[in-house]
Design a protein around this ligand. Structure first.
Ligand code: SF4
Length: 78
């Protein structure tokens, strides 16, 4: 059991600007992410910042987005 280590992992997500308004992608991202980090809005994909530390690093979002447009950036405390 090492939940403390897990909790100290903090990530950020970058989605390229031209990809953000794509409504299809927004829906897809909302669907694949089981922890609610993506929200499909009328402006496209919204990244729900408050949910970021729920990320389980499954990389389904990265796979769902056009290659190279979505990046998961791992940040670690310390
Ligand atoms: S890696 Fe998985 S959990 Fe993390 S944001 Fe992407 S889809 Fe969601």
């Amino acid at each position: 059991m090492n939940t403390e280590t897990l909790n100290s992992v903090f990530i950020d997500i970058e989605l390229d600007e031209p990809t953000t308004p794509d409504p299809e992608l927004a829906k897809k991202l909302e669907e694949v992410c089981t922890v609610g980090i993506f929200k499909a809005t009328e402006d496209g994909t919204e990244i729900v910042r408050g949910q970021l530390d729920e990320c389980v690093l499954c990389y389904l979002c990265e796979q769902a987005a056009p290659e190279g447009t979505l990046r998961i950036i791992k940040k670690y405390e310390n």
